[in-house]
Design a binder for this molecule. Structure first.
Ligand code: RET
Length: 292
């Protein structure tokens, strides 16, 4: 009974919005999985780990979100007018534990695509993992207090926020430093990924704070919407932007499948690394001219 969702009755619309949005979350992760598996080969082997890690995140996120959807559906019973708390309790805690996997993966794939290696990779990677886990577990402890002791929830939340700010600082310095020397429009593509990460990650503490911001049934619905929008943007859209950046860089480095992919319509709409004409004139066709 630790989470505030269990304290309210819901109208049929409120209840349905939550189960629908959680189902949307599952669908988006499964769709992302198909995307990452099918486009992995468009990036050269040095960047491909990014697609693999995105695929790992998709599987882990789809499973937890399916669990949340089932948990929500079982936690309330319909009395003909409203959905009332049942004997099963709903918990957001599964999410936090699941982030132990996803947060390190998402941050590592950034380093892979930025081409950060050696000592700098190790140092930043360790910072990401340690600060990431501390951010998650302090928040995990804090959310246990949301129905009993808001002040304690705030203290743990504040500690967690310090770690989030440190991670954002590490992400920012990694991206902005690398962007200075990245070719063509790939630097601005990388900077756009930074802003997406900041915006999408900010939704998580907002969801955490809902028992303080709006301790109502509507507040709980808004919390689940925040979580789902954050899940889709911080995992699926972030992963797509990173894998497209990896494909652009692969094309610029002369990797044939990358060159072929960046001439497709999908890349034309997002400032292609090469326009189709240049590519056609100077590069052999897809799958051609590799080693003969
Ligand atoms: C918590 C607690 C309150 C304060 C802050 C938090 C931040 C959570 C974040 C989670 C990101 C999760 C991701 C998951 C991907 O699968 C823990 C809610 C700052 C930023 C990206």
């Amino acid at each position: 009974m630790e989470n505030m969702e269990n304290l309210f009755s819901y109208t049929s619309v409120q209840f349905d919005v939550v189960r629908h949005i959680l189902t949307l979350g599952v669908g988006a992760q499964v769709a992302g999985l198909v995307y990452f598996l099918t486009t992995a080969n468009e990036s050269s082997p040095r960047y491909r780990l990014s697609s693999t890690l995105s695929a790992v995140v998709m599987v882990s996120a789809a499973l937890i979100l399916l669990n949340q959807q089932i948990n929500w559906s079982q936690a309330f019973t319909w009395d003909g007018e409203r959905w009332n708390p049942s004997t099963t309790t709903f918990s957001n805690g599964y999410r936090y534990v699941n982030w132990s996997i996803d947060v390190p993966m998402l941050l590592t794939q950034l380093l892979v695509v930025l081409g950060i290696t050696g000592r700098q990779f190790r140092r930043t990677f360790i910072g990401f993992v340690v600060a990431g886990l501390l951010m998650i577990y302090t928040g995990y402890v804090g959310q246990f207090y949301e129905t009993t002791d808001i002040a304690t929830m705030h203290i743990w939340g504040a500690v967690s926020t310090v770690f989030m700010i440190y991670i954002c600082y590490l992400v920012g310095t990694s991206i902005f430093r690398a962007a200075q020397t990245m070719p063509g429009d790939t630097g601005s593509h990388a900077r756009a990924i930074f802003w997406l990460l900041i915006l999408s990650w900010t939704l998580y503490p907002i969801a955490y704070a809902m028992p303080w911001l709006s301790p109502t049934a509507d507040g709980m619905v808004i919390r689940q919407i925040c979580f789902t929008v954050a899940d889709i943007t911080s995992k699926v859209i972030y992963g797509v932007m990173l894998s497209q950046l990896a494909t652009k860089l692969s094309a610029i480095e002369g990797y044939q499948p990358g060159l072929a992919a960046t001439t497709s319509a999908a890349y034309k709409t997002i400032e292609p690394a090469y326009d189709g004409e240049t590519t056609r004139r100077t590069q052999p066709a897809y799958g051609d001219g590799v080693s003969r």
